[in-house]
Design a protein around this ligand. Structure first.
Ligand code: ASP
Ligand code: ZN
Length: 599
């Protein structure tokens, strides 16, 4: 339609039709503008109120904070899901061709936001918000116990990271799974309520609703994740084989077929850190002030030309574990919050001085710098989001990857200058800790289980068996007691934060993993002129400018177009596969004569 105004038509008839429809355009655009002005203002104000309330409830679990969060959630839904807003957004979208892209994208956002709490069915929404609040409280306020004492998640992680005693590891692993039965009833209720909200808005289920943020269907998303696994499978099988031999040697056990879950350093076997001894990075972080970790992460971004974090980041964030004896339970999963969709940016972490938290702090600040980049008048509050959720995760992932590069760590003085880490060990550590097993967990177990539960409506009586089937098939991992040892009295999926409070989102991390290698490949080759596997971003303003431009767009453009424009390539595992090429050959040599895989 825009063409009508810009082309010079010869015939006056066509010309006059053009004038009429141009006027209609202008009127429609003005109507949409007025409507969106109102929606943006209400959305932003209530976003802030709800974030503040949820922040309190997540950093200090108490009934009064839960109550505040529930009320704020209802206020948000009363506005975002208001039938009058829905009606107008739909009417305007019916004439989307006559509107500019930025308005269309905001209107689509209105519908996605409304689907989280459609007030065409207020009773349903009230029940969902109450159930969400109760679940968050049960999750955040859970008291882990080990050997008769109260412990926090970091304590369990420390045992899984360090202990060589399998019995101790098994107890820590089991302690970490105690949340499942507590969270299960709430999750059952939420599955149905979330699906019902999505259906109220015409989506077939909640998984389909979340995937709509990518402009994709549920089937397309599952297929995309399967294609990632297909591309990385040869490498994963080699890594898996190498890892199980290495772990069996370490624990003095026969080589298993699948890897027992408590042999791995992570409660879900999602990351396999600490196996590549030569790369053992923790020693460089031990004894440091935990505050230094987040400050150093900020320096990374500032060095690339980004501004400093707003001063309130440091006064309002909650960066460290609750002190022993402090009567406060807080969420243990790292996150970053854009509280007011302006400059109130906070992070919730439990930083300790080790390599894992070093990477995680860089990841969280990736979100913070994304928030800062798109907080500008040209990006309306409704579109202060990533190009898609995976872009938001991918930036932090990218900087996490960059902050672990040896040339950077040396330049920064974190690694002694004369240290000569084994290049293969570093690559192996990269693959195990931040990339390959993670992809099979994210694309495999998490994505498939949630697709089964939400889109496939898997009956709750089959949840745990299905969970472990996916873990076995995709990850090649099994529970400590062997296949079949985790019956339906457990709900091991619910021990994962996102299953409770960020549902049907996890494929975003898989896509983010693929994206981070694409971004890194592009930056290393184009701006740093260094190998992607061994490069230093420090102080590179060109790379910073590349990122800043991409981030400042927020949700105003289609992610596929943006990706192609910035990197010259569509979403692809090419860069990830190439990154690990040197490792593949080394692994094949180590695994010579071994049975590969677990089938
Ligand atoms: N690293 C991801 C996150 O920030 C995924 C995870 O921790 O499971 O949430
Ligand atoms: Zn994140």
């Amino acid at each position: 339609m825009q063409g009508v105004r810009s082309k010079a038509w010869a015939s006056w008839v066509v010309w006059s039709v053009g004038v009429v429809s141009a006027l209609a355009d202008a009127a429609l655009e003005e109507r949409a503008g007025r409507f969106l002005g109102l929606v943006n203002a209400g959305y932003q104000a209530l976003y802030r109120v709800e974030s503040e309330a949820q922040w309190k409830a997540s950093t200090d679990v108490r009934p009064e904070h839960d109550a505040g969060s529930e009320v704020a959630g209802k206020a948000r839904a009363a506005f975002n899901g208001n039938p009058a807003i829905l009606r107008e957004a739909r009417e305007l979208l019916a004439r989307r061709r006559e509107l500019p892209e930025i308005q269309v994208r905001q209107l689509e956002r209105c519908l996605l936001n409304a689907a989280e709490g459609p007030m065409t069915n207020p009773d349903l929404v009230a029940r969902r918000i109450a159930a969400e609040t109760a679940q968050a409280s049960a999750l955040n306020g859970f008291q882990f116990r080990l050997g008769g004492s109260n412990v926090v998640a970091n304590d369990l992680d420390r045992i899984l990271a360090r202990s060589t005693r399998l019995e101790e590891r098994r107890l820590a692993w089991e302690a970490s799974k105690a949340t499942g039965p507590r969270l299960r009833p709430g999750l059952e209720k939420l599955r149905d309520l979330r699906n019902a909200c999505a259906r109220e808005m015409g989506y077939s289920n909640y998984f389909a609703l979340q995937v709509a943020a990518y402009g994709m269907t549920a089937d397309e998303m599952v297929a995309l994740n399967e294609s990632f696994m297909r591309d990385l499978r040869p490498l994963y099988l080699q890594l898996h084989t190498w890892a199980k031999h290495e772990l069996a040697r370490r624990f003095g056990q026969p080589v298993p077929n699948r890897i027992p879950a408590h042999w791995v350093n992570n409660r879900w076997a999602q990351e396999w850190g600490g196996m590549a001894d030569a790369a053992g990075m923790d020693r460089y972080f031990e004894g440091r002030d935990p505050a230094w970790i987040t400050r150093t992460a900020e320096e990374f971004y500032v060095g690339m030309g980004f501004p400093k974090l707003p001063p309130t980041f440091w006064t309002r964030s909650d960066l460290f574990p609750a002190r022993p004896g402090e009567a406060r339970l807080k969420n243990s999963h790292a996150s970053c919050w854009h509280v007011d969709l302006e400059n109130d940016i906070r992070s919730l972490m439990s930083v300790e001085p080790n390599a894992w938290w070093f990477t995680t702090a860089h990841h969280e600040l990736g979100h913070a710098y994304y928030f800062m980049a798109y907080t500008r008048p040209e990006v309306p509050p409704l579109l202060r989001i990533g190009a898609n959720p995976a872009f938001h995760e991918g930036i932090g992932e990218l900087i996490g990857l960059a902050s672990g590069q040896i040339p950077y760590l040396k330049a920064k003085g974190i690694l002694p200058k004369d240290d000569m880490p084994d290049e293969v060990a570093v690559l192996l550590n990269d693959a195990l800790t931040h990339a390959v097993p993670f992809l099979f967990w994210a694309s495999g177990t998490m994505t498939h289980w949630e697709a089964d539960v939400y889109a496939g409506e898997l009956p709750p009586g089959e949840w745990n068996v299905r969970w472990w089937r996916h873990v076995a098939d995709y990850q090649g991992v099994e529970p400590p007691g062997g296949v079949g040892s985790r019956g339906e009295e457990w709900c091991d999926a619910a021990t994962k934060t996102h299953i409770n409070d960020n549902p049907c989102y996890y494929y975003s991390y898989a896509i983010a993993t693929v994206l981070k290698f694409q971004f890194n490949d592009h930056i290393a080759r184009t701006f740093l002129k260094q190998p992607p596997q061994s490069c230093n971003y420090e102080g590179n303003r060109e790379a910073g400018e590349f990122l800043r431009r991409m981030l400042s767009v927020g949700g105003t453009r289609d992610w596929r177009v943006l990706l192609r424009e910035t990197t010259g390539e569509d979403l692809s595992t090419r860069a990830m596969v190439e990154y690990f090429k040197p490792l593949q050959g080394w692994l094949a040599k180590q695994n010579k004569g071994r049975k590969i895989g677990w089938e």
